[in-house]
Design a protein around this ligand. Structure first.
Ligand SMILES: Nc1ncnc2c1ncn2[C@@H]1O[C@H](COP(=O)(O)OP(=O)(O)OP(=O)(O)O)[C@@H](O)[C@H]1O
Ligand SMILES: [Mg+2]
Length: 308
């Protein structure tokens, strides 16, 4: 159960506790908690930091388990890894969560699409210092030099834990950390999978898609076995979907049949607004919040929130 759910359950169980006095004691805005209890808005990390010590006085025993690290992975290129990282991250930030995006692909597409200069990377001296994009949304950018770091990092015994070691100290500041990875299952992608709590796989509905996802699942099993990890796939998101193409419909059904509940109900349509937003270095909610893609990414994000 997340901190959010624990706090909700705690407050609902103890209806003798006055919500407005908790708001006052915690220094939270008036009505925030009633909106939270009605499910109309989440509590972000700074709210949690303020409210948990106050609730503890009333007997609350939950620890703040706030942050979730999600690696967005698929070794197939062009399946919307970067677009999904950017738009799901933006949507979570719009919902009020505190979000960090991490660009771990030396193509630096995520960095550029967020309108940030491709300068510095997670392993620079200043690499763990996030750059602010807008309210609730930060990024650790990437430049070409990330690629050169691999040989150096691989020399150490803890080579698979390099990303984890950089990101773990940042957990206290964020509700979500989303890592965009390159189209491969090589060094940095493996590191991202080890650092993550959950893996999100975007895929197009194309011939061989299910086989490719099977390969990622096998690889995750190897990581879990050989590095004594317990990582799981949070879900598979079908992207760039066009119901007009009969072949895509057939593949989508095949993916649903073979991977069942792992596949998110919400698919992301093929929508030119996504490409236009990319060209302008904006997320879809900034560019066209009413577009089909924005609505789909919002529903997908809600489904992600329900899954953890
Ligand atoms: N839903 C969509 N509708 C239309 N175009 C899309 C959609 N999602 C992504 N695209 C476009 O498809 C291209 C590939 O998307 P993206 O860069 O997100 O994929 P990727 O998996 O990160 O690629 P790579 O493997 O190279 O890192 C981009 O030009 C993007 O604008
Ligand atoms: Mg990409």
């Amino acid at each position: 159960m997340s901190s959010q759910d624990k706090i909700k359950a705690f407050l609902k169980e103890r209806d003798a506790i006055s919500i407005s006095s908790i708001e006052k004691e915690s220094g939270l805005p008036a009505t925030l908690l009633s909106k939270f209890l009605k499910g109309n808005r989440p509590l972000n990390t700074s709210h949690l930091k303020k409210i948990i010590p106050i609730l503890e006085k009333y007997g609350y025993e939950g620890v703040q388990d706030g942050c979730k690290i999600i690696a967005v992975v698929n070794h197939k290129g062009g399946v919307s890894k970067t677009t999904s990282t950017q738009n799901i991250g933006a949507c979570l930030a719009n919902f009020g969560y505190s979000v960090l995006l991490v660009d771990l692909d030396s193509q630096a597409n995520l960095t550029e699409n967020c309108g940030i200069e491709a300068e510095g990377n997670l392993f620079d001296k200043s690499g763990s210092t996030p750059v602010n994009i807008r309210e609730n949304l930060d990024i650790i950018p990437c430049d070409l030099f990330l690629h050169d770091k691999e040989n150096e990092l691989r020399q150490d015994l803890d080579q698979w834990y390099k990303v984890k070691k950089r990101l773990d100290p940042l957990r206290v500041n964020y509700d979500f950390i989303l890592i965009d990875t390159a189209p491969n299952l090589l060094y940095f992608t493996t590191n991202a999978m080890v650092a993550a709590d959950e893996i999100l796989i975007p895929t197009q509905a194309q011939k061989n898609s299910a086989g490719g996802i099977g390969r990622i699942m096998e690889y995750l099993d190897q990581i879990n076995e050989q590095l004594t990890q317990n990582k799981r796939i949070m879900g598979i998101a079908i992207t760039q979907y066009s119901a007009l193409q009969k072949a895509q419909e057939i593949v989508e059904e095949n993916i649903q049949d073979s991977l069942g509940d792992l596949v998110f109900d919400q698919v992301i349509p093929l929508n030119s607004a996504v490409q236009q937003a990319n060209l302008l270095n904006q997320d879809i909610f900034e560019y066209q919040p009413k577009s089909k893609a924005a609505q789909a990414y919002q529903k997908l994000t809600k489904e992600i929130l329900r899954r953890y």
